[in-house]
Ligand binder design. Structure first.
Ligand SMILES: O=C(O)CCC(=O)C(=O)O
Length: 304
């Protein structure tokens, strides 16, 4: 569906101005989007995940930890597919009681398909930056309705490293996320980064219970978290049901492809704009943090 077709359908949750702003900028901050009850349930589930991470000693496709992680000092960097690890995450991502899929329906159209989820942390005093990138090259679809919703279960100020977006960049080019050796690095080259107009970056700092949504083509970045407060950020990815992925899902889940609002598509919608193709993830994917820090390449070279 085009933005015009989506905007012609009455909204469920958002104002028409919020929807227009999403299509103009490529991102949107929805403040006070979820109830205190949802925040408490998501916090409890997140705490359970942190407790479980104490037992994890080695990074794998699910548990991605920062250097210095230990049972006494857990430093979880990313939990892949939280919807498969705690029922509250899937309830939040999909249920009739959750406001999230309705918000997404206002932005992608009434038929909403789940693609994947991740629980990113930026631990206090050193949580890593996420370099400039666009999401869609990691999981291309036949159109550009896919978007990511980030839920803040604690306040996130500038010091905690919120995501920052270049408004309008979703209408610009897609950049390569391969390095000069053909290695997938999940971020733009230094040369391409230097050309970005970062003077207009909008940082989505927000209070507990706010939701950020960004389009899959939007250029974004987040700074390291050197503050004493950790920054968990729950990320759920959706699309219109008519956007068909054509590469392996880097964060696979039995839930991938489930329709969480509306009905499945009978016809795929194809946007003619080309997309970069990612590596074959069928052998597994680690995390954007590991890719951007070059940890996978170092591991293969026997350096860690
Ligand atoms: O956690 C963050 O700050 C950014 C996450 C992100 O951009 C991503 O996972 O694609």
């Amino acid at each position: 569906m085009t933005p015009e077709q989506i905007l012609s359908i009455p909204p469920r949750v958002l104002s028409q101005r919020q929807r227009e702003s999403y299509f103009e900028d490529g991102h949107l901050l929805v403040e006070n989007a979820i109830s205190t009850a949802w925040v408490e349930r998501l916090r409890a589930a997140t705490n359970e995940m942190i407790e479980q991470s104490r037992k994890v000693t080695k990074r794998d496709a699910v548990w991605d930890m920062e250097a210095g992680h230990s049972a006494d000092n857990p430093r979880l960097r990313r939990l892949s597919s939280p919807v498969d690890h705690h029922p509250v995450f899937w309830e939040y991502a999909s249920s009739a009681q959750s406001p999230l899929p309705d918000i997404i329906a206002d932005l992608v159209g009434p038929d909403v398909k789940f693609h994947h989820s991740k629980l990113n942390f930026k631990w206090s005093k050193g949580g890593a930056e996420v370099k400039w990138h666009q999401d869609i090259p990691a999981w291309p679809h036949t159109n550009y309705t896919p978007c990511t919703a980030g839920t803040y279960i604690y306040d996130c100020n500038r010091e905690q490293g919120p995501m920052g977006f270049i408004p309008g960049s979703h209408n610009g080019p897609i950049y390569s996320e391969y390095d000069e050796n053909g290695e997938w690095v999940g971020c733009l080259s230094k040369e391409d980064t230097a050309k970005l107009d970062t003077s207009k970056v909008q940082w989505l700092e927000a209070k507990t219970g706010s939701i950020t949504i960004h389009n899959c083509r939007s250029l974004h970045y987040s700074e390291p978290n050197n503050s004493p407060i950790a920054r968990p950020l729950l990320l759920n990815v959706y699309s219109n049901a008519n956007a068909m992925p054509y590469s392996f899902n880097p964060i696979p889940s039995p839930r991938a492809g489930e329709i969480v609002r509306g009905k499945p598509a009978l016809w795929a919608h194809h946007d003619p704009r080309p997309c970069l193709i990612p590596p074959d993830w069928s052998g597994g994917y680690s995390s954007i943090f590991a890719k951007q820090q070059g940890e996978d390449a170092k591991a293969r070279g026997g350096m860690m």
